[in-house]
Design a protein around this ligand. Structure first.
Ligand code: SF4
Length: 120
């Protein structure tokens, strides 16, 4: 962002969904519209290093037509989401699997992928 440039975004940290405005100033990024400090942190992160939690499914190899819901344990760089999806498309796990099990270590070097469901 250049000085004077503004960007609007919705804060996704809670259901209120404040409309945030981030403006680049000579002193850095100035955020307005946030009802609490989390909004400021979110807006600055969205501009400097946007991240998202990836949720998807992986195939369960030893069960017919069964997929396990998974997510990254932490948000990963937004620019790595597509690469992470491609990686996870070829991952298969074996049941039993329970919530919280790590099914893939450090996808794209960023975060573990954990089960969000159980398969007996
Ligand atoms: S700024 Fe605070 S109150 Fe507003 S949506 Fe974000 S977390 Fe919720």
């Amino acid at each position: 962002m250049n000085i004077g440039e503004k960007r609007e975004m919705i804060c996704i940290n809670c259901p209120i969904g404040c409309l945030l405005t981030a403006e680049m100033t000579g002193e850095g990024i100035k955020v307005s519209g946030n009802t609490c400090p989390r909004g400021e942190k979110y807006a600055i992160a969205e501009i400097t290093h946007p991240t998202r939690t990836l949720t998807t499914t992986v195939k369960v190899a030893n069960r017919d037509d069964t997929y396990l819901p998974v997510k990254t344990a932490e948000p990963i760089s937004k620019e790595k989401l597509f690469e992470a999806m491609e990686t996870l498309n070829s991952v298969e796990v074996n049941a039993p699997v329970k919530i919280g099990d790590v099914v893939f270590s450090r996808v794209c070097g960023e975060a573990d992928v954990v089960a969000t469901g159980n398969v007996d």
